[in-house]
Design a binder for this molecule. Structure first.
Ligand SMILES: N[C@@H](CCC(=O)N[C@@H](CS)C(=O)NCC(=O)O)C(=O)O
Length: 209
């Protein structure tokens, strides 16, 4: 039995944040496919595991953890890689993970979902989400102009959190040519040993009706 079990599916950038951490760390982990598209996270069984009704979920020994930021922090502590080296770094990592959860992933993931997995077309909601996503991308791009990774020269869990959805560029429908520093940073992460695209790292199934 693998040491870590990750509840996930291949379309989830939030789950990818954790899958990437596990893979880049060389951890002993296995995915457990969650049929999100057909409502598994809304079932009673799933809500017992996570009342928030979200993936990712990580099982380790008897512990079940949710929220990618918390899981990343937990894994950094357990595995001893990609975490903070001091208090100032701990705060910076937390700062970027909170920015990601509130301003980057939240808008981008929803925009991508509407554009790629629904047939509602362009409307005021997609317009709003695109504008908010671009604002967050601009902030990140400016930061990465002077910083190789989110926190200086060393890759950390803050990078894994923020890159979660950014390898799905075609599905988001935003031209990343405007964000050259993000493009450079994504390529650096992609070059790390153990990197794989979300569609290759996590299990998926075709979407039913
Ligand atoms: N802030 C959470 C977001 C998790 C999240 O939104 N997961 C999606 C799948 S990518 C989900 O399970 N959504 C179910 C729902 O919102 O009902 C995290 O970082 O773990």
């Amino acid at each position: 039995m693998a040491e870590y079990k990750l509840y996930c599916f291949d379309k989830s950038g939030n789950a990818y944040k954790v899958a990437l951490m596990l893979n880049l760390s060389g951890a002993d982990w296995k995915p457990r496919f969650v049929d999100y598209m057909n409502g598994e996270t809304r079932t009673e069984e799933f809500r017992e595991l996570n009342p928030m009704g979200e993936i990712p979920l990580l099982e380790h020994n008897r512990l079940v953890l949710s929220q990618s930021g918390v899981i990343l922090d937990y894994l950094a502590g357990k595995i001893g890689k990609f975490g903070a080296k001091n208090e100032a770094q701990r705060r910076e990592i937390l700062r970027w993970i909170l920015f990601d959860n509130h301003k980057l992933t939240s808008y981008i993931a929803t925009l991508r979902f509407l554009r790629t997995f629904t047939d509602r077309g362009e409307n005021d909601v997609t317009k709003f989400l695109e504008a908010r996503s671009k604002t967050a991308l601009k902030v990140l791009n400016s930061h990465l102009q002077d910083s190789r990774f989110a926190i200086g020269n060393r890759v950390t869990i803050a990078d894994f959190s923020m890159c979660g959805y950014l390898y799905f560029q075609d599905e988001i429908g935003i031209n990343f040519a405007e964000y050259p520093h993000i493009t450079r940073w994504l390529a650096e992460i992609q070059n790390l040993e153990g990197w794989a695209h979300p569609y290759d790292l996590m299990p998926g199934e075709s979407i039913k009706a």
